[in-house]
Ligand binder design. Structure first.
Ligand SMILES: [Fe+2]
Length: 503
């Protein structure tokens, strides 16, 4: 849950400032808050925004936010102020600053666009807890609108996400949940149903993140979360096994845009009872759409990630959204990170960010692999497939930049997604697995880069399973000493693949 950086630095800072102001607001909290808008395609692009509205003085409000105009993916910031009348909030002045030559200024003026300028009017109204609004924009002769929605109670009245578990460490774990209004965070936990230990944080937040430390290894812990008088049921998890102990984990991915299939895969993952889950990304159709996180990710996984921690990675569909970084608690900078479990070292990369030699990510990866030289097993996962016979095909820069590093440092297995199928590839001692069947629509085996209309065989492919095989699945990996077994479980039962490695 690290504040977003990178391309939205300025915007994130502005939004943060507005959120801080909100904490001191004494009027109309039903209007102030974080608003999210995304998705609608314009005639020649798309317009997304995260806007924070904070009460300033009296009936006047300030607005700050960040957005992305997707005709070339230019970022922009939004700033302005407005006046509240009853439960209607109307911006009187809005200015957005983006790539000036492409986007121009964004004003709330009523005049039409002139081909270079973008004009917008925000009208936000509501009836208390449930607020709706409209953003209208005109840019160079085309336009559209967004509906902004946000449910925000002044005080927490229910848990809307979780609790869910992340960041399993040797002797710690992080518990997260979201409430519909702000309040303190409390976790009661213990090795018996009587619980007995408590961690509290008095800060009023809606996204709660509590780390439980000092856990004895390989032990069932019970826990319950609470925000004020709102409490969850009691759940349980298993703390990490010690070095040398056999363990099981799951890798899977591409679970977005599911109409129930992700729920079925999630149920199977729960039945496999892993120590933790790795997901290779594309968790939601659009990471900037707040509501989709509930539909695509948190609801299908609800009964699983309340007891099994999940380590996520960024797919292209997450769009580096603030939501991703807000919802998740991961090691390091949360885009790329590593952790140890048993005698294995796990490395998550962000294949949407630069990883050319000399970049921050590449230098981090080199150092991390070198530091993990003594680990018996080295596993890597990220979104875009190194080798793939699927629709997207190989990722050439991964082959050029990452594979030499993986080979030099004796990585054992790499898991990727992005292509909606299952594939096992093998090159120079390393397995490259595509596990992109977590719920997305599948496609049959196609040539790589099919739109180029020629066949380019993937000569490292050993097994490929696609639409015709009903290849929604998850990978179950058992590590026992110097032997690894990976079983690929088809949704509803049956096996798509099985492979063993002994070192
Ligand atoms: Fe993808």
């Amino acid at each position: 849950m690290i504040p977003r950086k990178a391309a939205w630095v300025g915007c994130a800072a502005a939004a943060f400032a507005a959120c801080v102001a909100l904490a001191h607001a004494d009027e109309a909290p039903e209007i102030a808050g974080d608003w999210h808008s995304s998705g609608r395609e314009f005639a020649a692009g798309a317009f997304t925004a995260d806007v924070a509205i904070a009460a300033a003085e009296g009936r006047h409000y300030t607005v700050a936010g960040a957005g992305r105009y997707r005709r070339g993916d230019q970022p922009y910031t939004v700033a302005g102020d407005g006046v509240r009348s009853g439960k209607t909030f109307r911006l009187t002045r809005t200015v957005a600053v983006g790539a000036a030559d492409r986007l121009g200024d964004l004003h709330a003026a009523a005049a039409a666009g002139d081909g270079k300028r973008v004009r917008a009017v925000y009208t936000i109204s509501g009836d208390g807890d449930r607020m709706t609004g409209v953003l209208y924009a005109v840019a160079g002769g085309f336009g559209g609108y967004e509906t902004l929605t946000k449910t925000r109670a002044a005080r927490a009245s229910r848990i809307v996400k979780g609790p869910y578990l992340q960041n399993l460490e040797r002797d710690a774990i992080t518990v997260l949940w979201e409430t519909d209004g702000a309040g303190p965070s409390r976790v009661d936990f213990g090795t018996s149903a009587a619980l007995g230990q408590t961690v509290e944080d008095a800060r009023p937040v809606t996204l709660h993140e509590v780390r439980l430390a000092g856990l004895p290894p390989d032990t069932t812990h019970h826990y319950r979360v609470a925000t004020g008088t709102v409490a969850s049921a009691t759940f349980s998890f298993r703390s990490a096994k010690p070095r040398g102990a056999p363990f099981r984990f799951v890798a899977y991915g591409d679970s977005r845009t599911s109409l129930g299939m992700h729920r079925k895969v999630a149920r199977d993952i729960g039945a496999s009872d892993p120590a933790f889950i790795l997901t290779v990304g594309d968790l939601v159709e659009d990471g900037n759409n707040y509501d989709l996180w509930q539909q695509d990710f948190f609801d299908p996984l609800r009964d699983v990630i309340s007891r099994i921690p999940i380590f996520t990675t960024l797919g292209n569909h997450e769009r580096h959204s603030n939501n991703y970084f807000n919802f998740f608690a991961l090691p390091g900078n949360e885009s790329w990170y590593s952790f140890d479990y048993g005698d294995a070292h796990f490395i998550c990369l962000d294949s949407n960010s630069p990883y050319e030699a000399g970049t921050e990510q590449y230098r981090w990866l080199e150092a991390d692999l070198a530091a993990a030289a003594a680990a018996t097993w080295k596993f890597v996962w990220f979104h875009h497939p190194v080798f793939s016979s699927g629709q997207h095909g190989d990722t050439d820069r991964a082959k050029t930049l990452l594979v030499p590093l993986f080979e030099r440092h004796h990585v054992d297995v790499v898991w990727n997604g992005h292509d909606h199928d299952y594939e096992r590839n093998f090159k120079d001692g390393i397995y490259y697995v595509v596990t992109g069947g977590g719920g997305v629509p599948l496609y049959p085996r196609t040539v790589s880069h099919a739109h180029w209309s020629f066949w380019r065989a993937n000569r490292y492919s050993q097994v490929f399973k696609g639409l015709l095989e009903g290849a929604w699945h998850h990978c179950v990996v058992e590590v026992n000493g110097r032997t690894l077994t990976m079983r690929v479980v088809r949704v509803g039962g049956g096996e798509l693949d099985s492979v063993s490695i002994t070192k």
